[in-house]
Design a protein around this ligand. Structure first.
Ligand code: HEC
Ligand code: HEC
Ligand code: HEC
Ligand code: HEC
Ligand code: HEC
Ligand code: HEC
Ligand code: HEC
Length: 320
């Protein structure tokens, strides 16, 4: 009760920081987890179905089921993970254990397909085909990246205080906040890497194949362009952390920040101060379309921009 009162007494950030709050509220990062009843994808798709390996999975009005033709298991979905740029994966309970759905909604397919990471899992019986049990430490990690707080009552989505440590105390007593704008490029990579994975994590744990194109801090730091103390190559040089826009094929203009201008700030005419000498012998614009190629992860039906900026010659292997 006391805790509830304290929580209610903390003024919202929006009252004092309207600009960041308004754009953050609309960003996919703020909408990356839903209670099933709030999922637009579930609302817009009241009847989904896919048949694979002798099983039929269905999602009907928020109820997930799998059948082998003789028997059926079903359960209401509890949590929907993902805004839906790539898709959405569901989490539900069976016998007191949370599970990740064997099939997910894929935006590119407008329907169900096997969930990333499930393709090679055994499906010898209905129970295995139903979903992958998630152990408690992994549950904490999933909700730690896609929400704020912990089960049973997390606040869905990445909230201000996940990047701005100490913000709740500051909102209550106006204690001084560190300015994240003063962080170095390495420090920003580590901040974003808490969820997008750090260079160290991927270097040690892998994966060392095209799967790691998802992990931008790792890819970017491997690029010759990267300098941990040069702000022109920080995540925030190309992305406004408060309004990450959905990726679209028109690379250079989707982020409000002009990516070409960022590249040119280093690869510009000699007149630009601190510009490195090398300029492009091939083109003058849309730099990322050639030097940050879109890479498709096998089985995921989605493409990611490779942040390992490079001369990507056709037919050369993926550097990992
Ligand atoms: C009652 C008004 C108020 C509330 C509520 C509030 N802030 Fe602030 N915040 C301020 C003021 C005033 C400053 C100091 C601005 C300055 O020095 O220019 C500040 C500074 C900051 C800074 C550092 C910015 C800078 O330029 O120094 C951050 C980051 C920040 N607030 C985040 C938050 C977050 C996140 C929340 C919600 C959890 C929040 N604030 C809630 C008034 C508020
Ligand atoms: C270490 C942090 C982390 C953990 C743990 C994590 N995720 Fe994510 N997840 C991310 C990030 C960052 C993205 C966005 C980039 C990407 O797609 O790789 C993402 C993207 C997704 C997407 C696609 C979102 C979209 O809009 O298309 C889904 C679905 C998803 N995660 C589900 C899950 C589920 C289910 C779990 C747990 C079983 C989980 N994630 C665990 C960080 C995490
Ligand atoms: C994904 C991480 C992330 C989230 C979530 C986030 N911010 Fe920020 N915020 C940053 C970063 C990084 C900067 C520095 C940006 C720059 O370098 O221009 C920043 C800058 C700011 C500033 C300017 C002062 C400073 O620290 O440089 C304010 C004020 C602020 N954020 C408020 C908010 C509020 C309010 C929310 C929630 C509505 C929020 N932020 C959510 C990462 C985040
Ligand atoms: C912080 C400055 C900086 C920024 C920003 C930057 N680069 Fe670079 N880039 C460099 C440096 C330094 C090198 C290495 C030059 C050398 O080898 O002499 C480099 C090398 C390259 C190379 C050659 C790589 C190779 O394998 O030989 C390409 C291509 C390139 N950059 C393209 C880009 C593009 C496209 C962008 C924007 C998406 C960009 N760079 C942004 C500093 C930068
Ligand atoms: C607390 C975890 C967390 C942190 C910290 C975090 N992210 Fe994210 N980010 C996510 C998740 C989860 C998603 C997937 C959103 C969705 O469902 O589509 C995401 C998605 C994104 C996207 C893609 C948005 C889109 O439109 O598709 C960008 C760009 C991004 N993050 C940039 C950043 C940057 C830059 C930082 C550091 C300043 C950062 N993130 C820090 C969790 C995080
Ligand atoms: C030189 C510019 C640049 C820098 C620096 C940069 N990005 Fe990106 N990022 C892009 C571009 C371009 C896209 C593709 C946008 C599109 O297709 O609309 C992108 C896309 C993304 C996405 C969406 C998923 C994907 O891979 O396509 C995420 C998440 C992301 N960036 C995170 C980060 C993080 C975290 C950092 C820092 C480690 C970072 N970016 C640094 C230019 C940059
Ligand atoms: C149509 C594809 C394409 C576009 C668009 C493009 N480049 Fe290139 N770029 C290349 C190719 C191919 C090479 C390698 C040329 C060679 O060595 O034969 C290259 C080489 C480079 C190099 C290395 C030059 C050297 O001396 O080693 C840099 C730096 C570079 N590009 C930066 C950029 C920047 C910055 C932009 C945007 C203003 C850009 N590129 C746009 C295809 C492209």
């Amino acid at each position: 009760m006391l805790l509830l009162l304290l929580a209610a007494a903390v003024p919202a950030c929006a009252g004092c920081h309207p600009k960041e709050s308004a754009s953050h509220a609309a960003a996919p990062m703020a909408k990356t987890l839903f209670r099933a009843a709030d999922s637009q994808i579930l609302k817009a798709n009241p009847a989904l179905e896919v048949r694979r390996d002798g099983y039929v999975w269905k999602v009907r009005n928020g109820v997930y089921s799998v059948s082998d033709g003789k028997n059926t298991l079903n359960t209401p979905i509890q949590w929907a993970f993902g805004f839906g740029n790539l898709g959405q994966t569901w989490v539900f309970e069976r016998n007191g254990v949370l599970r990740e759905s064997t099939v997910s909604y894929y935006t590119s397919q407008k329907g169900l397909e096997i969930t990333p990471g499930h393709i090679d899992l055994p499906r010898r019986n209905l129970d295995e085909a139903f979903g992958r049990p998630i152990d408690p430490s992994e549950v904490r990690r999933c909700f730690g990246c896609h929400s704020t707080g912990t089960l049973p009552d997390p606040t869905p989505g990445v909230q201000c205080e996940q990047c701005h440590k100490g913000a709740l105390k500051h909102a209550a007593d106006l204690s001084t906040m560190p300015k994240l704008g003063k962080l170095s490029t390495d420090e920003i990579s580590t901040l974003c890497g808490a969820c997008h994975r750090t260079w160290e994590e991927v270097a040690v744990m892998g994966p060392h194949d095209a799967q790691n194109v998802r992990f931008q801090p790792y890819r970017l730091a491997n690029s010759k362009c990267y300098d941990g103390s040069d702000k022109r190559i920080a995540c925030t040089a190309c992305h406004d952390p408060h309004s990450a826009k959905p990726p679209t094929p028109k690379v250079a203009t989707t982020t409000k920040i002009n990516v070409d201008a960022q590249c040119r700030s280093c690869h510009g005419a000699p007149a630009i101060s601190h510009a490195v000498k090398k300029t492009c012998p091939v083109a003058k614009s849309n730099c990322a379309s050639c030097h940050m190629p879109a890479v498709e992860i096998p089985g995921i039906h989605s493409k990611f921009r490779d942040h390992w900026i490079r001369i990507a010659r056709p037919g050369t292997p993926y550097p990992d």
